[in-house]
Design a protein around this ligand. Structure first.
Ligand SMILES: O=P(O)(O)OC[C@H]1O[C@H](O)[C@H](O)[C@@H](O)[C@@H]1O
Length: 412
């Protein structure tokens, strides 16, 4: 994996950065906590691979029940490396979607993997309660078809299940390179040991300079551009297998950096599709965005266009690359800074390194901005308010606010 920062430099775009400014940003002095920095080397990928293989021997489908960091890491790895596997993610409260999923999988031969660090997340607990009832109605003992990954202090640790795994000692959104993110992929037969090895490749020596460490350089670049007026960070992979990575990026970037009135709005996009959607705003809208292209590298599928004028004999891969280059150039023409992350194919190693690199970039950007990149205080009030609205009297104060906000002042 390489990161091309050419198009954030002042030689390329007005308002751009200098190499020295990035190098002297202080990103090399940011302390990335050991639990995050050393997660890949502390992850027993062999054990995860074996656990996934054992489950795959017994079950035909795998359903991950979790939300946020307890779903997006696993979904990123599976969608990138095993997009056609019978692995599904229940990460919302949507009775229609859950009903359709339960109708589509062979319940008796499906393992439900409940993932929650706290063990108290309403969406996850509620979804699993519904699944548990559905299993019983199908004559299946729920504990036989359930595994759990949860924290040390979680009530889920006492759940009667087939296996209980310990949630890595990191905030959920930083847990992709652990059982949380890798068990679904292991079930799907992904080489999770290579994914973790890719993460290790992303880890660099502690005394490395900013420009020697992609994660730190990206963190510094995002921070400095933010100080220069960039308010939105668009993550635009040019591969549908990496779309979920863009979703993962939205969570880690928003939850880690959106604090104390600061933080760039992360935007999920996919190329080439969003050249016909978002690009107009990126080029001609407010000059407050950074665009990151993820170039997947070559594809095995050599589809070639025939009998179509200038496209005659052009492969879809060549068309995709030409469009990516053209889109980058159109942003440079309008002084929109952009980064190009170049993968050597969507492989386990490259996916692991991509995830790890952006974890480090997030920590560095947060520390340079003076915020804590590991908590999410802003989401807690809403959880209490929902509990209050559902009758929990310990959240009566929040319930009153919900009631007042529901009063209609203007309806059109
Ligand atoms: O893993 P859990 O404890 O169930 O938390 C699941 C998710 O919900 C929390 O509210 C945060 O928004 C996320 O950072 C977290 O990943």
């Amino acid at each position: 994996m390489n990161v091309d920062l050419s198009n954030v430099l002042e030689e390329r775009v007005d308002g751009g950065l200098t190499r020295d400014k990035v190098a002297e940003s202080g990103a090399d002095e940011v302390d990335v906590p050991e639990n995050v920095a050393r997660l890949p080397e502390r992850t027993d990928a062999g054990e995860i691979a074996e656990a996934g293989a054992r489950l795959a021997e017994r079950f035909d489908a795998f359903v991950n029940i979790g939300i946020g960091g307890s779903s997006l890491g696993g979904a990123t790895v599976v969608d990138a490396l095993a997009p056609d596997a019978p692995v599904y993610f229940v990460d919302n409260v949507d009775p229609d979607a859950l009903a359709r999923l339960l109708d589509s999988v062979p319940l008796r031969d499906t393992v439900f993997s409940v993932v929650s660090k706290s063990g108290r997340t309403a969406e996850t607990v509620a979804n699993y309660a519904v699944v548990r009832d559905a299993l019983r109605e199908a004559g299946v003992e729920p504990s036989e078809n359930t595994v759990v990954t949860t924290g040390e202090a979680s009530p889920l640790r006492d759940a009667d299940t087939r296996a209980t795994f310990t949630f890595a000692d990191v905030p959920g959104r930083y847990s992709a390179l652990s059982t949380v993110g890798l068990l679904p992929a292991a079930f799907a037969g992904v080489d999770v040991e290579s994914v973790v090895r890719g993460g290790e490749d992303g880890a660099v020596e502690r005394d490395a300079g900013v420009l020697d460490d992609a994660g730190r350089a990206l963190g510094a670049t995002n921070h400095l551009l933010g100080e220069g007026g960039v308010r939105a960070s668009v993550m635009m992979p040019y591969a549908e297998r990496l779309e979920t990575f863009a979703d993962w990026y939205v969570q880690i970037w928003a939850e880690s950096l959106g604090k104390d009135g600061t933080g760039q709005t992360p935007v999920r996009a996919v190329g080439a599709t969003d050249q016909h959607s978002l690009l107009q705003l990126l080029v001609d809208g407010p000059g407050d965005k950074l665009v990151t292209f993820v170039d997947p590298g070559g594809s095995e599928d050599g589809f070639v266009v025939e009998d179509e004028g200038y496209l005659n004999g052009v492969s879809l891969d060549e068309l995709r690359s030409a469009e990516l280059d053209a889109t980058r150039a159109s942003l440079v023409r309008d002084d929109v800074p952009n980064v190009r992350v170049e993968l050597d194919g969507v492989t386990p190693e490259e996916v692991g390194e991509l995830l790890y690199t952006y974890e480090i970039a997030t920590v560095v950007a947060g520390r340079l901005a003076g915020v804590n990149p590991f908590d999410q205080p802003g989401v807690e009030w809403g959880k209490r308010a929902a509990r209050g609205a559902l009758g929990d009297d310990s959240c009566a104060e929040e319930r009153e606010v919900v009631g007042s906000v529901k009063e209609t002042l203007l309806r059109v």
